[in-house]
Design a protein around this ligand. Structure first.
Ligand code: PAF
Length: 271
């Protein structure tokens, strides 16, 4: 992959990177198509990164579909699918420690200790291997983008981070690799998450009341259990108490769905 990219660079071609963990769906396809449109060469990494899973059962349950992934990438026009083994990426345990509070210490950072450290470990490695001009990340993982922006600033990577909008099913459910683990009934239930968050946009209530509205209305639905709903500054991810506290305000949610249960995340922009 490095030799191939060296040739492309020599020929003056720009490179886009789309980091993924595989189990690709139309959400990923939208990132890949965007990279293909904006760069001469698109590299898509398919690597189920063990260091970002604090829960090893979650890692075991994660769908693995490399062959189907490669077909989708070909259809989207990507030039390279980069799927290294765990041993190639981590010949030795990665002992590097990244810390960018509050972006990585709140919400997912608090619920999944070590998760963003693992994300920074793999994304920094991918940035070093590929050295892309641009890297594409789905806004579905809103907090991840905030953390990666801080890492890019901290380590001085000369890489443009391109956030791409969430792709949703017609029902409003955000596309996610984890959706394949939901039964058809659970999928229908899960669509209520975005429906309730969207309703909360037009409430004309305080931040606290809006928070409570979302949590109460989702928890009322049997089979859904909110783990947290945080209304935060869209850049620093610090919690806000009033709508005037920040220029950009986003609500980030995590909900357990069904009996397994499957943990789903989503977000909505208030301003
Ligand atoms: O968003 C993901 O799929 C992963 O966190 C990423 C960025 C590919 C790193 O493993």
């Amino acid at each position: 992959m490095k030799a191939y990219l060296k040739k492309q660079r020599k020929a003056g071609r720009s490179v886009g990177l789309v980091p993924t963990m595989g189990a690709l769906h139309q959400g990923h396809a939208s990132l890949v198509r965007r990279s293909v449109a904006e760069n001469d060469v698109t590299v898509v990494s398919v690597f189920l990164n063990p260091t970002q899973f604090n829960d090893k059962t979650d890692l075991e349950k994660y769908p693995r579909t490399l062959e189907a992934d490669c077909h989708l990438l070909e259809e989207c026009g990507a030039q390279v699918a980069f799927a290294p083994s765990v041993e190639e990426v981590y010949p030795e345990p990665d002992t590097r420690h990244f810390s960018y509070p509050p972006t990585d210490s709140v919400m997912e950072g608090a619920m999944r200790p070590g998760h963003f450290n693992g994300v920074c470990q793999i994304v920094s490695k991918l940035f070093m291997y590929v050295s892309p001009d641009r890297a594409y990340f789905g806004e579905k993982d809103y907090q991840q983008i905030a953390v990666i922006r801080r890492m890019v600033e901290d380590l001085g990577f000369d890489i443009e981070i391109v956030p791409c909008p969430v792709v949703r099913e017609e029902s409003g459910l955000a596309l996610s690799s984890r959706n394949t683990l939901l039964s058809p009934e659970e999928r229908t239930l899960a669509a209520n998450i975005y429906r309730v968050m969207k309703e909360s946009l037009s409430l004309d209530k305080t931040v606290q009341q809006t928070h409570d509205y979302v949590v109460e209305n989702i928890n009322q639905i049997e089979g859904l259990q909110v783990q947290y709903y945080s209304i935060v500054d869209g850049d620093s991810l610090a919690e806000v108490n009033s709508w005037d506290d920040a220029d950009s305000i986003v609500g980030c949610i995590t909900v357990f769905c069904g009996s397994a249960p499957i943990r789903l995340i989503d977000h909505i922009r208030y301003k």
